[in-house]
Ligand binder design. Structure first.
Ligand code: NAP
Length: 266
């Protein structure tokens, strides 16, 4: 029997790479994004028969409707909470206001909470369901200039950990996946320039999707992608002072880039 999977943000760089991998492994997909044109293009590229739903998940009511609409297609047994937005700016910049804060928290944290709750409440006893929350290496490492993004992804990591423990005695599996910087359009030009200046490693979306599949096909509950980020995430949990020191050496460079205000809400 084919497994039906709902991927939010499937029209983006990482989401579409994950969609290609899952379709290649025989999953039947419900692709989500905001743009029906982008969804249609992805549907044409994929092998097999799949579905799409467009919805703006910055509106809380749309989250429950998205799950309702997905279950009208069939019983979904894999939910990939992948849709996300990033934000990079000095904390005191005019770009960080109530509207921006609410927008980022809604898409990166509140939407996955609402989608997960609606998904789990649809499942029946003994139902085998998996939820993968796509966080970030910045969900374990506070990075200057990414304050709102880090706050949302640390929250998502906490949610995933608590739920994976809460459902450990059931057939529901909750998994947290944290890529490091990946070459997609989520990163503004200033972030790309900063990464070059800091010599930070950047992964391709295809590589990240193969790491996602490794996690999905394992019995693990968490994965941070890439070296040294994997190590940094662990050190930051035990000895954050060491990571403070590493950032102190880079802060001047980071602030040069974080000073450039873009102010766009995508
Ligand atoms: N790329 C990186 O460096 C990186 C690193 C670590 C973690 N991540 C995480 O990986 C995930 C995917 O990111 P990506 O790099 O693939 O970004 P991306 O290419 O910008 O894709 C983002 C996806 O989220 C969707 N989305 C954004 N706002 C939405 C809204 N209001 N309603 C519904 N969908 C919305 C976008 O849909 P539209 O096509 O309609 O805009 C798109 O499908 C995110 O959670 C991100 O935080 C990315």
């Amino acid at each position: 029997m084919t497994t039906l999977a709902l991927i939010t943000g499937a029209t983006g760089g990482i989401g579409s790479a994950i969609a290609h991998k899952l379709a290649g492994q025989g999953y039947s997909l419900i692709l989500h994004g905001r743009s029906q044109t982008k969804l249609n293009k992805l549907l044409q590229e994929l092998c097999g028969s799949h579905h799409s739903i467009s919805a703006d998940i910055s509106k809380p009511l749309m989250c429950e409707k998205l799950i309702d609409d997905a279950f009208k297609i069939g019983t979904v047994s894999l939910l990939v909470n992948n849709a996300g937005v990033s934000h990079f700016a000095n904390f005191t910049s005019s770009d960080i206001d109530e509207k921006q804060t609410t927008h980022i928290m809604q898409i990166n944290l509140i939407a996955p909470i609402l989608l997960t709750k609606a998904f789990i409440s649809r499942t029946k006893p003994n139902f085998q369901g998996t939820i993968v929350n796509v966080g970030s290496a910045l969900g374990s490492i506070g990075f200057p200039g990414f304050s709102l993004y880090c706050a949302s992804k640390f929250g998502l990591k906490g949610l995933s950990e608590a739920l994976s423990r809460e459902y450990a005695d059931s057939h529901i599996r909750v998994v947290y996946f944290g890529p490091r910087t990946t070459n997609t359009s989520i990163n503004s030009q200033q972030v790309t320039d900063m990464n070059k200046a800091l010599n930070s490693k950047v992964d391709s979306a295809e590589f990240v999707a193969s790491q996602f599949m490794q996690l999905l096909n394992s019995n693990k509950r968490r994965k941070i992608v890439g070296w040294p980020e994997k190590l940094f995430a662990r050190i930051n949990g035990v000895l954050p002072e060491l990571v403070d020191k590493a950032f102190k050496q880079k802060i001047k460079k980071i602030k040069q880039f974080a000073n450039i205000v873009t102010g766009d809400i995508k």
